[in-house]
Design a protein around this ligand. Sequence first.
Ligand SMILES: C[S@@+](CC[C@H](N)C(=O)[O-])C[C@H]1O[C@@H](n2cnc3c(N)ncnc32)[C@H](O)[C@@H]1O
Length: 267
Amino acid sequence: MKPKPPVKWAGGKGQLLSQFQPLFPKSFHTYHEPFLGGGAVFFHLLPERAVLIDNNVELINFYLVVRDHLEDLLSDLPKHKNEADYYYRIRALDPEKMDPVRRASRFLYLNKAGYNGLWRVNRQGKHNVPFGRYKNPKIVDEENLRLVSAALKRARILLADFSEVLSFAKPGDFVYFDPPYHPVSETANFTSYTSDSFGKDDQVRLSQVFRELDRRGCLVMLSNSDTPFIKELYSGYDIQIVYAKRTINCRADKRGPVSELVIRNYS
Ligand SMILES: C[S@@+](CC[C@H](N)C(=O)[O-])C[C@H]1O[C@@H](n2cnc3c(N)ncnc32)[C@H](O)[C@@H]1O
């Protein structure tokens, strides 16, 4: 059985995998995913060797604990209660003062019992998602966590900026970038995965890393929103359009699939 992403994550690529499938390279050496998030593509491809990067400290601590201390995590998880008072007490704890296992346990609990399963922080870096009021959230999915742990054993996992991929990627490697998207409009952006958001200058920096990996002989694929700015940044590369269901939408007239870009330096 294949593992599923163990956390629900904004921008999760699960729904796009069937459209991505023909766009992945047929073969490659090491796989790199520098904006790991929920890891839908990594858990789908299950590569032999991988380098996984994200700059969210709670997320990376969680993956490291799932990989290296799964039994300790599994024994801590059942203590959590799906109750508002308990939720807000756990949310208020300072994760930096917790040991890695309890910190990962808190992270998974907040992700499952919190509203929409989202992970969002305010400008001070404090988790601010309200209690989800779900009847029976599956906080401990032991079977899946075991599959996830086994998959992660083949990976190097790093808390870093995406540009760190340049220290690891070699010719013949495959790099998949799924950055926070460039906003389609000023109000449509959701970039608070971490306390510092991903702006236009970061998109430009990312396109420079993309070009450097291309020169190096890596296979590079990137997802982003369908906007003139992104098309311009990657002009000259293969650009495909995929269609995603809207995830954040309240306006009835804006329902229906939204187009997104997949940019590649190979075809
Ligand atoms: C769109 S999400 C990736 C979603 C993922 N593909 C999935 O299927 O769940 C973007 C991720 O990039 C991370 N991120 C944001 N800025 C970053 C940076 N400068 N370097 C590395 N990771 C970053 C965020 O923490 C977030 O997890």
